[in-house]
Design a protein around this ligand. Structure first.
Ligand SMILES: Nc1ncnc2c1ncn2[C@@H]1O[C@H](COP(=O)(O)OP(=O)(O)OP(=O)(O)O)[C@@H](O)[C@H]1O
Ligand SMILES: [Mg+2]
Length: 177
């Protein structure tokens, strides 16, 4: 059984994965696995490109493990947990990574437009966690609950960042139309 821990860059996947590993879960990252299974096919803008389809074919599916990374939902997991973050807070988390403004804006746009959630909709069991006002330990607790079947508060579709930043989006629409 594979649980994909996914979400826009900067939402906290690796931080939460580390906590879950400390709690005894078997956790790997997409990039570690891609390296191990020879699925790195190049490099672009300082990031390694993973052949995600080939990785999906090669990964071991016996046992139970969590695979974290913003491509993990493409690995035909049994469960996808999408970490979400309010764009205003995500901006701070991304800035802490020391990324260039353009790369930060690209990722904020992806979070606002639900890119990862939409991509992950192919997964049968899909859940999302709004991490905006949660510490990493709390997020790890939520992932733990989902894995153990306590999924009620995490059904997808309740998060709407466009509504949250409504007035500003309204101004933008008025400028375009
Ligand atoms: N729940 C949280 N609350 C506040 N800050 C957090 C939380 N989770 C992570 N962070 C901080 O946000 C930053 C980004 O976290 P992290 O690197 O784990 O994100 P990521 O989803 O793995 O990103 P990437 O896709 O680029 O690997 C880090 O500085 C981390 O300490
Ligand atoms: Mg990471």
């Amino acid at each position: 059984m594979i649980v994909a821990l996914t979400g826009t860059p900067g939402v906290g996947k690796s931080t939460v994965a580390k906590i879950l590993r400390q709690r005894g879960y078997e956790v790997e990252s997409v990039s570690e696995l891609a390296e191990k299974l020879d699925c790195i096919i190049g490099e672009e803008r300082g990031s390694r490109i993973v052949d995600i389809n080939s990785l999906a074919d090669k990964i071991e599916r016996e046992g139970f493990r969590i695979i974290e990374g913003h491509l993990s939902h493409h690995l035909n997991p049994d469960i996808a947990v999408v970490l979400r973050c309010n764009p205003k807070i995500l901006k701070k988390r991304l800035s802490r990574k020391g990324w260039a403004e353009e790369k930060i804006l690209e990722n904020l746009e992806a979070e606002i437009t639900d890119v990862i959630l939409m991509e992950a909709m192919d997964v049968k069991n899909i859940y999302e966690i709004d991490t905006s006002r949660m510490g990493a330990e709390e997020v790890a607790n939520a992932v733990d609950r989902i894995i153990n079947g306590d999924t009620d508060n995490f059904t997808p579709g309740k998060i709407d960042w466009i509504f949250d930043i409504g007035d500003e989006i309204g101004d933008l629409i008025r400028r375009f139309f």
